[in-house]
Design a protein around this ligand. Structure first.
Ligand code: SF4
Length: 640
């Protein structure tokens, strides 16, 4: 089973033991100077131990302060070379190959420190840019070409197995390649031959400085998905030229930052969504081709290899969700795999909030260095109230440490509100996490009491050593005139199909739940208007997910009122107030409320009264997203 995934293959002179690649992903855990930290090394080492064939690091800047994020790896002096040697040593010891990506972020360079490096082929910013970049002179271009080679030479000294030139995603090299960003009229602009010149000069410089036997890969955005952006026709030519120039592999991605949902695909995009792009590249080159993009299961990865659409499978977020994915596949332990659900809350979402990269389904990720195995010193009886994802996570971690855990769930199933969150279109993959938790609980022999609500009396009688409260939250209806009318329905009742909406629906609340419910209703044929009190909808939603929701709102012709308050709900009207002006929405047959939820936690004060140690986690403490709830569940189990 999955034989192809485990066939070794060479990239140039580098033999990779299987086809499973961790592509470059920012962790933001380097030191401010660009050195590898214990946190960063432990993160990569963990994956190497999990069986990944090739790990590609986040980019090394060709000079200080040329990153998209304020922190990046650097290797421009001997001290830095030494710090990265420890990284390569530990990854090699654990059995994987490690390549380093090299980049200059061009017009996407972070400008918090200085805008000196905000440079581009042409002096124009992208839609998402804040400031216009400075146009590079030809002398400056030549200098930057040399910096790529210098960086590659130092990476070789640090004992990396290969380098990857980052020519994708709207950073400097791809800005030169693309008509979207390159408006020059000299030898570096205009026709494709000219736009490729910068990249080909870099390849030549790198190869001259690392020697012909050192593997060099190039990451390309095969299609940029912006008007005038790089097309497949152009990328086929670029790939062929790179092969002729001695490049050893093409790593295929797509998109640029402005359309970043094509780079880090949220759950709304299909699995294997961009595989056909790699297949096109594979048709024109004889060197290995790496693909990526929502490939999160072994069967999907194997099918891509079988179909000959790529030679290696980049599974970045799958590796965050479960660093042991390769070993588990190899040993046939598919049920043990914790799948990436495409939520983007922890990984790119974390980075965009200026935090380290985390993973919603794997709270240990990026914390490997500070969360060693932690068997309990004193075994306790731990009771957990609530079998939602936070409670289940606490139960798994506590039981793994040796505690005797009893999980009380008032309904007949585990998952809590997560089960409802999985109901909107394109969110079904959330359920794989509940499935994984159930499997782990079973393996660990956790005593699960279904249809049982934990009470103070039960605690008084059973004397557990500790209680974790994870009783979740419940939605509320704001006290608005008319909100008690029968056609006013909670979003949850729509999603669970307990109640049916009519043809003309007003959704109160433009957060994630409101917008997802609006999309659900549109799919079932309703005309939908969203009313949001805040100045914008989807506040707090990750960029990639938000881009997809905005597209759906546009495609479905939904009306949106922002900065608008619902004042009154009539029999077939909804009166809203926007900028002091009243607007009456007419012919409304259903009002759907998605105005937030409140914690449910009646047990804590009762147990505190009788002196039982209690920890409150997840939504029962404060209503937030899944990332926070599951992390708290993990830590409660880890610390108890
Ligand atoms: Fe996947 Fe979400 Fe984890 Fe990111 S945070 S790796 S999208 S499960």
């Amino acid at each position: 089973m999955y034989d192809k995934l485990f066939e070794p293959m060479k990239i140039g002179t580098m033999e990779v033991k299987n086809r499973l690649v961790v592509p470059a992903m920012s962790t933001l855990t380097a030191t401010p100077e660009g050195a590898s930290t214990e946190q960063l090394i432990a993160y990569h080492e963990r994956k190497a131990k999990g069986g990944w064939g090739l790990i590609i690091t986040e980019y090394f800047g060709v000079a200080p302060n040329v990153g998209f994020f304020p922190k990046m790896l650097g290797i421009w002096n001997d001290e830095l070379i030494e710090s990265h040697k420890e990284l390569t040593r530990r990854v090699h010891t654990a059995g994987a190959k490690i390549a380093a990506q090299i980049s200059h972020s061009g017009r996407e360079t972070f400008i918090g420190v200085s805008d000196e490096n905000l440079v581009a082929p042409s002096p124009y910013r992208d839609v998402s840019g804040e400031k216009n970049p400075r146009e590079l002179t030809v002398d400056e271009i030549k200098k930057i070409v040399g910096l790529y080679g210098d960086t590659a030479r130092n990476l070789k000294k640090a004992e990396f197995d290969a380098v990857e030139i980052y020519a994708a995603h709207g950073y400097l090299i791809s800005e030169f390649l693309s008509k979207y960003a390159n408006k020059r009229t000299d030898e570096y602009g205009g026709c494709l031959e000219n736009r490729m010149r910068f990249l080909l000069e870099i390849v030549a410089d790198v190869k001259a400085k690392v020697g012909k036997d050192f593997p060099v890969m190039v990451r390309l955005s095969t299609v940029e998905y912006v008007p005038g952006g790089l097309s497949m026709g152009e990328t086929r030519v670029i790939a062929k030229k790179l092969e002729e120039a001695g490049v050893d592999a093409i790593d295929c991605s797509q998109g640029i930052f402005t359309v970043s949902h094509n780079i880090v695909e949220p759950m709304m995009l299909d699995n294997c969504v961009f595989v056909d792009n790699s297949a096109e590249i594979k048709k024109v080159v004889n060197i290995p081709v790496i693909t990526a993009g929502r490939i999160n299961e072994a069967c999907l990865a194997e099918s891509v290899l079988e179909a000959g659409k790529a030679d290696f499978i980049g599974m970045g977020r799958a590796s965050l969700a479960d660093p042991d994915f390769p070993i588990k596949v190899k040993e046939g332990r598919l049920e043990d795999i914790r799948y990436c659900i495409g939520c983007v809350q922890g990984c790119i979402g974390g980075n965009m909030r200026g935090e380290n990269c985390h993973c919603l389904v794997n709270p240990e990720m990026d914390r490997e260095y500070e969360l060693p195995e932690n068997p309990a010193e004193t075994l306790k009886t731990v009771w957990i109230a609530g079998g939602g994802v936070a409670g289940c996570e606490a139960a798994i971690v506590a039981a793994n440490r040796g505690h005797h855990v009893v999980l009380f769930e008032k309904s007949d199933r585990l998952g809590g509100t997560w089960l409802i969150a999985a109901l909107p279109p394109h969110k079904t993959e959330l359920l794989t996490f509940v499935g994984w938790q159930k499997h782990e609980l079973k393996k660990l022999g956790v005593d699960i009491r279904y249809n049982t609500e934990l009470t103070k009396e039960m605690v008084q009688e059973g004397h557990p050593d500790a209680v974790i409260i994870a009783t979740g939250c419940k939605p509320f209806i704001p006290p608005i005139s008319g909100s008690d009318k029968p056609h006013v329905i909670q979003a949850n009742d729509i999603l669970t199909q307990k109640k049916k909406a009519g043809e003309n629906v007003v959704v109160m609340g433009g957060g994630s739940v409101g917008v997802e419910t609006a999309e659900f209703l549109s799919w079932y044929g309703s005309e939908v208007t969203i009313v949001e009190m805040l100045d914008d909808i989807l506040i707090g939603c990750e960029r990639e997910t938000m881009l997809m929701h905005r597209k759906a709102i546009k495609d479905e012709n939904m009306k949106v009122y922002k900065g608008a308050k619902v004042c009154e709900i009539g029999d077939d009207t909804v009166t809203i107030e926007k900028k002091g002006k009243k607007i009456v929405l007419e012919d409304v047959d259903t009002v759907v409320v998605a105005a937030g939820s409140k914690p449910v936690n009646t047990l804590e004060p009762e147990l505190s009264e009788i002196g039982v140690p209690v920890k409150v986690i997840g939504d029962s403490k404060k209503v937030r997203n899944g990332l926070a709830a599951i992390y708290e569940g993990y830590m409660a189990g880890y610390e108890i």
